[in-house]
Design a binder for this molecule. Structure first.
Ligand code: FES
Length: 613
């Protein structure tokens, strides 16, 4: 059975203690294989061999023979190309040094080279001993190396080390859930900050696993883990514990009241302790989520919507992990709740706050009416209402729909559709404000998920906050970018889905945004395979050093495409995602690191050219 990652419950020092000691092969189990005649190797020279799939390098040094793994543990350079000085084997690609006899690496963070038993027999030949379980032992070495490399990569903030670790761990049977859990636990434990983009990306990776081609799965994990490494440091979060249970707990209303008060007072420690206590007592996700979502909406659009958005991501991730490691993973969200901007304290919201304060005086009756009545909503029509310019009529329309009994989920869907239109209409002349359109789009989806998980009177405020922000970002559609018309095509036929998606990739590579949108428009019009399109768009994003908002936009587009049966709404969601991920020029460092790590795992020689020139 595949070995799995084991993460200590309270500390990450399981890996910090160093490479776990692997069992030495049993000498009785060794089979000796002839390599060559003693006279075939000159003093100070080496020769490569492959025996039963194991790549070996034979050295003659000071009259003695030594055999080591022929693939440098760093990046796979052939050790037989290295040289030996005073018993030290030097790899000539990046100069890692090893004890030729044992394979021990002289670099503090370097991995050891596997050394094999050697015999020089009376028949004048050199023999190497391989155990019958060499393949399994090699796998175990990979697991051990993967664990240590992941720890080191996170500490060193090295996407290449992280990619090597992810590749080795996945190859040796670790599940995505285990790797995501490790990343989330590390990300929570090794920082004093709030929920980070890396944690959000890992949560999205869990949600979107089926939306991404298998060949891109490692890349997705490396994106999240690399972002986590960038936002964590050497120090650890101070340990906190639940309240003592003797004497009984306060009731849930009291805990909720205390939690909201401590968040209001920006008392992070007290609020964290309440969350940890609720988790310790085994309360379901919906109860804990109710506290957090209420506190996130006690203030006006806290942190441009990130507080609620990240809280939602946290609960999605915790459910995916079955709450394993939750006592740490749950803590950073408190920093987001206490530390992020409360828009009632900004001049930007000065006009909106009195309007909303007035509505919130009627919150009890709005909630009661909403629970008592039932009404449908035309999502498409109401999305247009939300895109209007004036705050007051929009706020009044939201209140009216709630009073009539429209399900808040339907209003969230309309807000998300409006967010997709804002994104699809975002003009490239606006340059640096991409985040704001992504923020309202992602926030609307998070609110939808929050209403699914823990609907409440207090959460209704989130609808009004979102409606106001939607109008504040209206100037990001000035001028309004053109969007392909329904049915508009590139004007050329494509023989297959693959050919069409290759063209999409080419347009994305050259940042031809409108042309990329036209391909997607045509693809949808022709009713082609939607899963292949989802994989292709995810690939376009994962090839770049994409930042959080791209991941958010893609996830929202895919989920709301599925939620709708209106072809026009579906089309706009996919065009919004296409526009967002093709328009922003970024770098490809994470892609190159992951590709190198995967080539290493396959046994390719990175030191050789693979181009034609
Ligand atoms: S040191 Fe050997 S491959 Fe880099």
């Amino acid at each position: 059975m595949a070995e799995t990652l084991t993460i200590p419950d309270t500390e990450l020092d399981g890996m910090e203690a160093g490479l776990p000691k692997l069992p030495e092969p049993d000498p009785a189990d060794l089979t000796f294989h002839k390599l060559c005649a003693v006279s075939d190797v000159e003093e100070g020279k080496s020769k490569p061999f492959t025996v039963e799939g194991t790549h070996l390098a034979l050295f003659k040094d000071n009259g003695s023979f030594h055999v080591v793994d022929n693939r440098c543990p760093h990046m796979g350079y052939p050790m037989s190309e290295g040289s030996v000085r005073d018993g030290v084997l030097i790899c000539h690609w990046h100069h890692w040094e090893f004890d030729l006899k044992t394979g021990g690496c002289f670099l503090t963070a370097g991995d050891d080279l596997k050394a094999f038993p050697v015999e020089v027999r009376e028949d004048g030949n050199v023999y190497v001993g391989l155990s019958s379980g060499e393949r399994e032992e090699a796998r175990q070495r990979l697991v051990a190396r993967g664990k240590r490399t992941l720890e080191q990569g996170l500490k060193d903030r090295s996407s290449f080390l992280i990619a090597k670790a992810v590749t080795a761990l996945r190859e040796s049977g670790a599940t995505p859930q285990e790797i995501i859990q490790h990343g989330l636990f590390y990300g929570a434990y090794k920082t004093q900050d709030g929920w980070s983009s890396g944690e959000a990306i890992l949560a999205i990776a869990a949600n979107m696993w089926g939306d991404v081609a298998e060949k891109d799965h490692n890349l997705f994990l490396v994106h999240g883990l690399t972002q986590i490494a960038r936002r964590t440091g050497g120090g650890s979060r101070r340990q906190r514990f639940p309240f003592p249970s003797a004497g009984g707990d306060p009731d849930l209303d009291t805990l909720k009241r205390w939690f909201r008060r401590y968040i209001d007072l920006r008392d992070r420690g007290a609020a964290e302790r309440i969350l940890i206590t609720l988790h310790d007592r085994g309360h379901p996700t919906s109860v804990i989520a109710d506290l957090v979502f209420t506190a996130a909406t006690d203030f006006y659009f806290t942190g441009d919507g990130h507080a609620l958005d990240f809280a939602n991501k946290m609960f999605e991730a915790l459910d995916y992990l079955e709450w394993k490691g939750a006592h740490e993973i749950i803590r950073p969200i408190v920093v987001d709740l206490v530390g992020r901007t409360r828009h009632e304290e900004t001049s930007r919201w000065v006009d909106a706050v009195p309007v909303l304060e007035d509505v919130f005086t009627r919150l009890d009756s709005i909630w009661e009416a909403n629970q008592a009545n039932t009404a449908d909503l035309d999502v498409s029509d109401f999305a247009q209402v939300m895109l209007q310019d004036e705050i007051e009529p929009i706020v009044a329309a939201v209140e009216e729909k709630l009073m009539a009994g429209v399900d808040p989920l339907a209003l969230c869907r309309a807000m998300t559709y409006a967010g997709a239109i804002r994104t699809a209409r975002f003009h490239l002349k606006n340059e640096g404000d991409w985040h704001d359109v992504a923020n309202i789009y992602s926030y609307a989806h998070a609110l939808y998920r929050a209403f699914q998980l823990a609907p409440s009177k207090e959460l209704l405020r989130g609808l009004f906050h979102g409606a106001v922000f939607m109008t504040y970002v209206r100037w990001l559609n000035m001028p309004s970018a053109r969007v392909p018309n329904p049915g508009q095509t590139l004007g050329e036929p494509f023989a297959s889905d693959e050919a069409m998606l290759e063209r999409l990739q080419e347009f994305a590579d050259f940042q031809k945004v409108f042309e990329a949108e036209l391909v997607v428009n045509q693809y949808l019009e022709e009713g082609r395979d939607i899963e292949a399109l989802r994989h292709a768009l995810a690939h376009v994003m994962l090839r770049e050093d994409a930042e959080l908002h791209m991941f958010q936009v893609l996830e929202v587009a895919y989920r709301h495409y599925e939620l709708s049966d209106d072809p026009e709404e579906q089309r706009i969601h996919m065009l919004a995602a296409t526009r967002y991920i093709t328009a922003q020029k970024v770098m490809k460092g994470i892609l190159w690191s992951t590709e190198n790590a995967e080539r290493l795992q396959r046994g390719d020689l990175l030191s050789e050219r693979d181009d034609d020139n």
